[in-house]
Design a protein around this ligand. Structure first.
Ligand SMILES: [Zn+2]
Ligand SMILES: [Zn+2]
Length: 266
């Protein structure tokens, strides 16, 4: 820190200024200042990643539509993508985004660098989103992976449907991740639990709760929940969820919730 006063986070129409200071700096938009779903949608629409991923989704659907009416192969391919997607998200988050940098052909390759930046400033909207370039490369990669899964599950006839399902999943991830970081108060138990898991991943235990759009893989693989803070005891989950996002140094002020206790194997 250089000791120079920083400007307050930029707040646009439709946003409410957070009650406590945001850690975002230098004109970045504070995610937690977005208090309504409309404000989150408006902010999402100002970034390129949603358009890129929606474009991939539209393209794969159009290509599939040109091949005639959907059948059982399409259904089987989409169901398999839906089944493996939480495990893929978990593995990517844990193994790649939280993995170490590696030396490949004499050069340092650090696929988790951007994600560590997001962990440093989780309230920064731009850091919570993939960004246009990453969305373009990730969307292409997901199309190939989805098509491969579709081919394995249902033969060539399932490839395009599986690719479309994979693109829809990535678009859903992009939206839900921003929504989880926003100040929007969850209205469903499903999203409340999903958001709680992601906030705990950020502010309580980075080696737990790797699922962003689903908690299934964390439950299956023993990484649901979070280690309780030192000296803490299980407290009302709503107390935690009602808190605005916290910087890493503040999180231990927030009571933790008991939803299964300590992480197994962590
Ligand atoms: Zn992470
Ligand atoms: Zn996040």
């Amino acid at each position: 820190m250089d000791g120079v006063p920083r400007p307050a986070p930029r707040v646009r129409r439709g946003q409410a200024r957070a009650a406590d200071p945001s850690p975002v700096q230098g004109g970045a938009v504070s995610a937690r200042s977005l208090r309504t779903r409309c404000a989150v949608v408006a902010e999402f629409s100002r970034h390129g990643s949603g358009y890129v991923l929606a474009g991939y989704l539209l393209l794969t659907l159009l290509l599939r539509g040109r091949r005639g009416r959907p059948g059982l192969a399409d259904l089987r391919a989409v169901l398999v993508v839906a089944a493996v997607r939480p495990l893929f998200e978990w593995a990517l988050h844990r193994g790649v985004l939280h993995g170490p940098a590696r030396i490949v052909a004499g050069r340092s390759v650090d696929p988790g660098g951007a994600h560590r930046g997001h962990h440093r400033v989780p309230d920064d909207v731009a850091g919570a989103l993939l960004g246009t370039g990453f969305a373009a490369s990730n969307g292409a990669g997901v199309a190939v992976l989805g098509a491969a899964v579709g081919a394995l599950a249902a033969g060539p006839g399932g490839m395009l449907s599986a690719a479309a399902a994979a693109e829809a999943s990535l678009l859903g991830y992009e939206w839900l991740h921003l929504l989880a970081h926003s100040g929007y108060a969850p209205r469903s138990g499903w999203f409340r639990r999903l958001r709680a898991g992601h906030l705990r991943h950020h502010f309580r235990d980075e080696q737990a709760n790797f699922g962003v759009t689903s908690r299934l893989a964390d439950r299956l693989l023993g990484t649901a929940g979070a280690r309780p803070p030192a000296g803490g005891s299980g407290a009302d989950q709503d107390v935690f969820l009602a808190q605005p996002h916290r910087r890493a140094g503040e999180v231990d002020e927030v009571p933790l919730v008991g939803d299964g206790g300590a992480v197994r194997g962590a």
